[in-house]
Design a protein around this ligand. Structure first.
Ligand code: SF4
Length: 458
């Protein structure tokens, strides 16, 4: 009997981005099922039922029953504790099983995994390709040779060897695996939203972003036919679909083709996407087919109801976040362009950006609330700057986007973890949550009005 491989998404204590989780995990499984037919099994700790698991014992039993030869786990900030326990339990029960980790922690903090009984880490290139290399080549070449995309542990020194190079996938192919996982979650949680990945890779190089390492700088997009095919299988279960791309509007022709198809074939579906501020404010020139403000109207006409923007903040020094010198005026123009097209603007903002003041944060909430945007706050967390020699896996696990333990707190501004939690739940109540004074609000009005007027005068 051919050995089987088990993909595990370990249970997360606090799940962020749950919608993306299923589409990403589903895409990986779908890719591998095509390359290793009838050999891939999977379990996701965040769902119940056929593809879920609740107790680690279920994973150990499955390994025995199904003759599992290799295990692959996703390890990120949210599930690092569970992943660590799983790896230790699997190895102590089945020492001959080879284990690979992929995700944020193996990519950014390999040092923290040295003492764990794990054999291989994803390093460079698409996770799917890294896992494929592990499943097909590890015994043949592993342990002594460098392999593409993965870091193999040298058992004598416990050091991981560097990968030889990275490998990337060229085409998305539609399969229903992501849909199966999303359904299993949504049936329990009554959350009718489906995320479909439509692009991978990003040409920008924001310092804090892992995408350049995992997906490369060249954008690759799912074909319009593949999107059509995938939406046809939804059977009206998900009236809202998010097209997940780092910057959907980067390629205007693609968006126009998508809109044409949506109008013709899926006019009952409302959809949303995310993009960058500088890709909804361009004017027709060079390769651009039209002004972005016109493109947004075409999108609205084709069912687009929500666009997310990485606003981060409207005043203060944002250079540590944005790759370009973003200015408030551009953010303002982006939001107005989106709203003029009758689309809701969702502003992703960050608090505790280095050098950000309390007044900067109040300015941001003041302006975005006045503009009627959805606000989604995130704590700025400089993961990419953490010294892995001075942090434990446990501390990193606690150091996630929502909470920062006091001992890791940076002395930036007066916003407590509790206040941040309240802002997440109800950003429009920021004045009460932050106990804003009249002077602070008057200053916010003055600063943002002055800047808005500058835009209108232009
Ligand atoms: S634009 Fe977005 S996806 Fe691209 S590098 Fe910057 S943060 Fe990452």
């Amino acid at each position: 009997m051919r050995e089987k491989y088990l993909m595990i998404w370990p249970k997360s204590k606090e799940v962020t981005h749950i919608n993306y989780h299923f589409s990403q995990f589903g895409e990986y499984i779908a890719y591998l099922e095509k390359r290793f037919p009838n050999q891939i099994l999977y379990r996701d700790g965040d769902i119940h039922g056929e593809f879920g698991y609740q107790e680690r014992r279920e994973i150990l039993d499955l390994i025995k029953e199904e003759n599992i030869g290799k295990v692959v786990l996703q390890i990120t900030y949210e599930n690092a504790g569970e992943a660590k326990d799983l790896i230790e339990e699997i190895k102590s029960n089945y020492p001959s099983i080879a284990i690979m980790g992929y995700g944020t922690i193996p990519r950014l903090y390999p040092e923290l995994l040295k003492e764990l009984p794990i054999d291989v880490l994803a390093s460079l290139g698409h996770d799917q390709r890294c896992i494929e290399t592990f499943l097909s080549k590890y015994e043949i070449l592993g342990q002594s040779e460098k392999l593409p995309g993965i870091k193999v542990k040298n058992k004598d020194t416990n050091e991981f060897m560097d990968a030889s190079n990275g490998l990337y996938i060229e085409n998305y192919e539609w399969t229903s695996t992501p849909l199966k996982l999303s359904r299993a979650y949504y049936e329990e949680n009554n959350h009718a939203r489906y995320v479909l990945n439509v692009s991978t890779g990003c040409p920008f190089q924001c310092e804090h972003c892992l995408l350049q390492l995992t997906e490369g700088r060249r954008e690759r997009r799912r074909t319009i036919d593949s999107i059509d095919e995938s939406l046809s299988t939804l059977h009206h279960e998900f009236p809202y679909v998010e097209f997940f791309a780092a910057n959907l509007t980067l390629d205007q022709q693609y968006v126009l083709d998508l809109c044409e198809m949506m109008k013709k074939k899926h006019s009952d579906i409302h959809w949303g996407c995310a993009t960058r501020i500088d890709e909804v404010t361009r004017k027709k020139s060079g390769n651009l087919i039209m002004d972005d403000s016109e493109l947004l109207k075409v999108m609205s006409d084709a069912g687009c109801t929500l666009i997310g923007l990485g606003v981060e903040g409207v005043t203060g020094n944002l250079n540590s976040i944005h790759t370009k010198d973003f200015v408030f005026e551009k953010t303002d123009q982006a939001i107005r362009n989106i709203q003029d097209a009758n689309i809701t603007a969702k502003a992703m903002i960050m608090v505790r950006i280095p050098n950000q003041t309390r007044q900067d944060i109040i300015n941001t909430f003041y302006y975005l609330t006045k503009m009627n945007t959805f606000i989604r706050p995130t704590l700025y967390t400089p993961y990419h700057k953490i010294d892995q020699n001075n942090i434990s896996l446990y501390d990193l696990y606690r150091y996630n986007r929502k909470k920062r333990p006091d001992d890791l707190e940076s002395p930036v501004i007066g916003i407590s973890n509790n206040q941040f939690d309240e802002l997440l739940k109800c950003p429009s109540h920021y004045t009460e949550i932050l106990n804003c004074t009249e002077e602070e609000l008057a200053l916010a009005e003055n600063i943002t009005n002055t800047k808005c007027q500058k835009v209108l005068v232009k």
